[in-house]
Unconditional design. Structure first.
Length: 87
């Protein structure tokens, strides 16, 4: 927050106004963080469900669903990264 009569020091990020390069980089970075979080949660769920099936505490269907969702998320993530590098 700027005080009256004082200019704010320039930021290393630059301006985050619409159409700027930094705004596009911010969007890509946030998408990377979201994909990483999703894949991490799905991977933990998949591994946890495998141990649950091994102990007899979880049904095998939960394990299968977890691994299918993880495979879908990872394949979409790889496709997104490849598409971004082609452009």
């Amino acid at each position: 927050m700027a005080l009256r009569g004082r200019a704010t020091p320039p930021s290393e990020l630059g301006t985050l106004e619409h159409g700027t390069r930094q705004r596009g980089q911010l969007r890509v970075r946030l998408m990377d963080i979201a994909w990483t979080a999703l894949c991490t949660v799905l991977a933990l769920w998949a591994v946890w469900s495998v141990f649950g099936v091994a102990n007899g505490a979880t049904d095998w269907a939960y394990c299968a669903v977890a691994w299918v969702l993880l495979a879908i998320a990872l394949s979409l993530r790889v496709a997104t990264v490849r598409r971004r590098t082609r452009v």
